[in-house]
Ligand binder design. Sequence first.
Ligand SMILES: Cc1cc2nc3c(=O)[nH]c(=O)nc-3n(C[C@H](O)[C@H](O)[C@H](O)COP(=O)(O)OP(=O)(O)OC[C@H]3O[C@@H](n4cnc5c(N)ncnc54)[C@H](O)[C@@H]3O)c2cc1C
Length: 442
Amino acid sequence: MSAERTVRRRRTAVVGSGISGLNAALRLEMLGHSVEVIEAADTAGGRFGVDRLGDRQVMTGGKNIGRRYTEFRRFTAELGVDAYDSFGYNASRLKNGEILTLDSERRGKTLANIRKMGSARDFARLVAMAARIRQNDSNRFLGSSYFTRLSQRHDHAPLSSFFGADMTDMLIRPMVIRNNGAEPDEVSPGTFGTNLAMLMDHYDQLAGGIQPALDAFAKRIPVRTGTRAESLVIRDGKVAGLRLSENGAPAEDVEYDGVVIATPAYATSAILRDTHPALARRLSDVRYFPSTVVLVEYDRDMFNEEVRALAMDDGPCSNAGSYGKDERHIVRYTYSGRKGRLTDLSPENIDRLTSETEAQLRRHLGAPRAERVNTLVKHWEAAYSGYVPYHAEFLADVRKGVATVPGLELAGDYIQGVAIEPCARTGGAAAVRLANHLGAAS
Ligand SMILES: Cc1cc2nc3c(=O)[nH]c(=O)nc-3n(C[C@H](O)[C@H](O)[C@H](O)COP(=O)(O)OP(=O)(O)OC[C@H]3O[C@@H](n4cnc5c(N)ncnc54)[C@H](O)[C@@H]3O)c2cc1C
C-alpha cells in the first residue's frame, strides 16, 4: 500500500493568502490533506497587490518572476497558468552625467558598468560572491552556509560599512532600497546574498498577471477572506485550532489538526503572542520598511526599449520604471528608502511628487511631455522585510520555538528572503513538514 493511502485526511489551515500561504495550501492539498486559507483582507494575494488602474487589472506589488523561480513556476503550472512574457532586468544609474545601465540581457556591458561604479576591491568582492551564488543555489537564500559565515564575520556593522562609499551609493543602495525598502545602514552584510541573487536573474512577468492563478486556486481550495486569525488554540500542548474573527465579529475557535502561519513576522508574532510569548518576541525583532507605489497611465510611451527604469537617489522617488516591457505608457513610481517613506498621501502631494519625477525623466531620459490618464496609489506600511543581523541565529531560535508546538509550521518573507521565490519555497517546505507530522500522527 502506498504511504499516501495510509494517511488519514487531516483538516488543516493556512493563515495568509500571499504566495507563502498559497503555495503551502496547494502543497498540502496535493499531499492529500483538506485545507482552507484564512485571509484577513477582502481579497486574496497579499503583496502581489492586485488592484485596478482605470478599467484594467494591475499588480501594485511583486510581479517580476525570475527564470530561477522554479518553485513559483511549479505553483503556477500546477494551476494551469504558465504563460510568461520576458521583462528582463533593466535599471539605470547616473554617474557624472553618464547613464550606466544594468541589463540582464547584456551581461558584458552590465559588468563593465558595475566596474565603473566603485573600487577594484569592491568589484572583486562582488564577483567572488556572485561566483558562490552561481556555484551553489542555496546561497541565493537566507541562512545559507556561505552567507552565514560572512554574517558571523561582518554583521556587527551594517552593510553600508562593508563596501566602499562609491559602490554603496551607486549599486548597493538602489539594490537594498528596491528589495528591502531599506538603506544600506539598515541591513546587514550577511543578508546581501539575497540582493545579489536578484541582480543575477533574468525576469519575466505572468502574461495575465496573478489573477488567473488566484481564480484557479480558489476553485480547488477554499479561501476565507475577511477573516482574521487572532491566536492559536492549543490543547495538551498541541495545535488544536485557530481563534478566528470574521468581518470583525467576536472571535470563535475553529478546530484544525495543523496550521501553517504564512504571514509577515510582525503578524505571526501577534498571532503567537498569547500562547507562545518568547517565540512571538523573537519574531518581533524582524525589521520591515514601508513603500508607496504610484502607477500612472499616460497617453503615450514614457520609456524606450533600451532604458525602461531609472533608479534615483536625490529625492523621495527611488525608482521609475515601465509597467511592462511593451507597456511603456504605464509608469510605476516607487517611493522607498529613507527619503521615500511618504506620510502625506493626499492627491495634491502625489500630484506634486509625480510632476517632479516626470521632470527628471524628461531631463535624464528625454521622456515626452505626456498627459496622465489614470493614477493609482498603493501604500504598504510594511512592504519589505529587512531581516535581522546574524540571521542564521534568528532562524535557529525560531526553529527551536516552533519545534515545541506540534502541528504548527511557519512560512513567510523573513525565513529565506523577501522575493516571491523564497516565499514560495518556505510555504512548500512548511506544508511538507506539517504533512509529515500529520502522517506520523495518524
Ligand atoms: C511593492 C512591492 C514590489 C515587489 N516586487 C517584487 C518583484 O517584482 N519580484 C519579487 O520576487 N518580489 C517582489 N516583492 C516581494 C514579494 O512580492 C513579497 O515579499 C511576497 O509577495 C510576500 O508574500 P507572503 O505570502 O510572504 O506575504 P503577503 O503577500 O504579505 O501575504 C500575507 C497575507 O497574510 C494576511 N494576514 C496577515 N495577518 C493575518 C491574520 N492575522 N489573519 C489572516 N490573514 C492575515 C495579509 O493580509 C496578507 O494577505 C515586492 C514587494 C512589494 C511590496
